[in-house]
Design a protein around this ligand. Structure first.
Ligand SMILES: [Zn+2]
Ligand SMILES: [Zn+2]
Length: 62
């Protein structure tokens, strides 16, 4: 299954993550790295909730 590549601002779907980020950067003036999932414990940033949760388990034994 491809990961969900949808602009959170306007709901457009994109075929690639790069296309989505390019859209966000140009249309919504978002930073090119849309790491909206950051670890509350150490500040590390991730591009998916699952990656953040995996980090939490390994790095902080949460
Ligand atoms: Zn958009
Ligand atoms: Zn952390």
């Amino acid at each position: 299954m491809p990961e969900q590549l949808k602009c959170e601002a306007c709901g457009i779907d994109f075929p690639t993550k790069e296309a989505m980020m390019q859209h966000g950067a140009t249309v919504h003036k978002m930073p090119s790295t849309s790491n909206q999932f950051s670890c509350k414990s150490c500040g590390a940033q991730f591009d998916s909730m699952s990656a953040l949760q995996e980090h939490g388990k390994k790095a902080h034994a949460m």
